[in-house]
Write a protein that binds this ligand. Structure first.
Ligand code: NAD
Length: 272
């Protein structure tokens, strides 16, 4: 028998998501799950992908102890396996899994992106589930990109997007980046509208860096910059550099039924 299920629910805040969260609490009480806001072992996100990004960032300090489950209340979310009307089935499967080690969930782990932002005013660290982006606020971003401490290129353009494998289907996809299966521990650097002419040149293709490689992006002019980490953004004017690498930590998802990555891609992008 597994240890008791300690859960927490985050919802998007719209009426359907709030109602479903209530329904979850009712069903969970019937199965003797414990609600635990401080140290849950399962976090249920009810809403969309943005809700899962929010749930991930909320529990960022405890992600090695948590498995996430997504319920979508709008169109199919990339991180959400369960539809609104499947909540009773989900809770039943969760309950069964406590009774026997042989019953799912299978824990699926996805790679994350680790960032260290060096500013004249100090250094901060972040972890992204989808991506990090760097953009110029007042005009062209001018930045030097190094790979493994060697100069790679001088970038001029709208910005740079560095994504995780599971984030490769989000912003990265809109930039022409490749979709990367999350068993591949890598980060992807994609350009956002680079300037390419006789004077300025960038590679122009998305780059996939393996685990243990790293990239440093140096600000190369006085410029206000917009930085995003998943759904959060902030503006700074004293950036020195950003160091990016595949994180040693991973996010865990509890799969109470199989949903292979390529089926997810197909459902999200190709099915009517
Ligand atoms: P949002 O509501 O604007 O969401 C944007 C869309 O991205 C939604 O349809 C969402 O379902 C989808 N999405 C998020 N993560 C995904 C993933 N891993 N795979 C496939 N689709 C995914 O904003 P939000 O809900 O706050 O989400 C923030 C995310 O929006 C960012 O992490 C970024 O990836 C994405 N975004 C995309 C673009 C673009 O495609 N041009 C631009 C900005 C941000």
């Amino acid at each position: 028998m597994r240890p008791p299920l300690r859960y927490y629910v985050l919802d998007r805040g719209d009426q359907l998501s709030v109602d479903l969260a209530e329904q979850f609490h009712t069903l969970a009480a019937q199965h003797h799950f414990e609600m635990d806001a401080e140290s849950p072992n399962i976090v249920i996100s009810i809403g969309g992908d943005g809700t899962m990004l929010h749930a991930f960032q909320t529990f960022i300090d405890r992600i090695s102890d948590i498995a996430f489950v997504g319920v979508h209340t709008g169109h199919l979310g990339f991180y959400s396996d369960w539809k609104a009307d499947e909540l009773p089935e989900l809770v039943e499967l969760m309950s069964n899994s406590i009774l026997s080690e042989d019953i799912p969930p299978r824990i699926v782990k996805y790679p994350l992106l680790e960032l260290t932002i060096h500013k004249k005013s100090g250094t901060t660290s972040h972890i992204a589930l989808n991506e990090f982006t760097l953009k110029g606020v007042d005009g062209t971003l001018v930045a030097q990109i190094d790979i493994n401490d060697q100069l790679f290129e001088m970038f001029r353009g709208d910005g740079i997007c560095i994504s995780t494998p599971s984030g490769s289907t989000a912003y990265n996809k809109s930039l022409g980046g490749a979709m990367v299966h999350p068993t591949i521990e890598a980060l992807q650097i994609a350009e956002i509208a680079s300037i390419n002419n006789r004077i300025y040149r960038t590679m122009g293709s998305p780059l996939l860096l393996p685990k243990h490689h790293h990239s440093d992006i140096y600000s190369r002019k006085d410029q206000r910059l917009l930085l995003t980490v998943d759904h959060k953004n902030f503006t700074i004017d004293d950036l020195i550099s950003v160091s990016c690498q595949v994180s040693k930590q991973k996010i865990s998802f509890a799969r109470y039924r199989p949903y292979p990555f390529w089926n997810r891609v197909r459902s999200a992008f190709l099915e009517e």
